[in-house]
Design a protein around this ligand. Structure first.
Ligand SMILES: Nc1nc2c(ncn2[C@@H]2O[C@H](COP(=O)(O)OP(=O)(O)O)[C@@H](O)[C@H]2O)c(=O)[nH]1
Ligand SMILES: [Mg+2]
Length: 281
């Protein structure tokens, strides 16, 4: 794991960079950035935040640019190509740290997940992804029936591409930096389904991936609209299936379907409570 001596050394290169894709987030960004910076500071490792302004037309960019750069440096890049996938890819490609990740501006996933995620990366996992499907997760969801139906259909399709991953869509994922940047170079999906492509490409490389339980609460102000985004999301899934999943079944990416597993480490049960998940993507 990361040496505690590295903690807080002024100007030390970041060991962990967290990408924050942001599209017209002037309402939610201040609280999100404050929570993320506070949590990163508490990790006692050099860490930084990279806000990717995805062509916002509100004050998102200004808020991020004026954010205090201490104790956690915050930098901003712009990605004019619209879509969460495009924004995360641009962010990952702009990172240099040995460990990287991304989360949504609304911090719907409790940031306590950063502790086990960093521990698992330190143990050799290439990707650690939050999973609201884990029975230990605590999920407070208020999604509409329409979104829940869509999510169930989406999960079925995603399973055809990535296999037994419980939750591809949780907006909290951490990676080893080098592998994340390699995979990001290959990503083609610009939209909300990009997580599926990202996971499929990690698996196609035979990299060890681990899902962890999360505490997740729905935060109002979601930028996802069932009406505006659903069709596009399903079209993206078809393309990902053709790009990665299909070739994975028998072709050069056949190992997509037999992923090596590392010994399962003991992830601290706390701060998660044991409870039945009511997962909604
Ligand atoms: N809708 C949308 N969100 C984007 C885009 N680019 C980046 N994002 C960010 O992607 C994240 C999506 O999270 P959220 O809006 O809470 O969606 P949900 O939690 O899936 O309902 C937020 O941080 C957005 O600001 C984009 O082009 N469209
Ligand atoms: Mg959200």
């Amino acid at each position: 794991m990361v040496s505690p001596q590295a903690a807080g050394a002024p100007g030390a290169p970041a060991l962990l960079e967290v990408v924050l894709p942001a599209y017209n987030e002037e309402e939610r960004l201040p609280a999100g950035l404050a929570a993320l910076c506070a949590k990163l500071a508490s990790l006692h490792i050099p860490a930084s935040v990279l806000v990717v302004d995805n062509g916002s037309t509100d004050a998102t960019s200004r808020i991020a640019e004026e954010w205090p750069s201490s104790p956690v440096p915050v930098r901003v890049i712009r990605c004019e190509r619209r879509g969460k996938g495009a924004a995360v890819r641009a962010g990952l490609l702009a990172t240099t740290a040995p460990f990287v990740g991304f989360c949504d501006v609304d911090m719907a996933t409790d940031l306590s997940a950063l502790d086990p995620a960093m521990a698992l990366l330190g143990m050799g996992y290439a990707a650690v992804i939050g999973s609201r499907a884990d029975p230990r997760s605590v999920v407070e969801a208020r999604h509409s029936l329409l979104r829940r139906l869509g999510a169930a259909t989406f999960r079925g399709l995603a399973r055809m591409i990535v296999g037994e991953i419980g939750d591809t869509q949780c907006g909290f994922k951490l990676f080893r930096g080098a592998e994340a940047r390699q995979v990001a170079r290959q990503l083609r999906c610009d939209g909300f389904a990009f997580d599926v492509e990202l996971i499929a490409r990690f698996r196609a490389r035979g990299l060890a991936l681990r899902e962890i339980p999360v505490t997740w609460r729905d935060v109002s102000g979601s930028t996802f609209s069932c009406y505006r985004h659903s069709l596009g999301v399903f079209a993206q899934m078809g393309r990902i299936w053709l790009d990665v999943g299909f070739s994975g079944r028998g072709g050069r990416n056949a190992h997509l379907w037999s992923v090596p597993t590392l010994p399962v480490p003991a992830v601290p049960a706390r701060p998660y409570q044991d409870s039945a998940s009511s997962f909604v993507a």
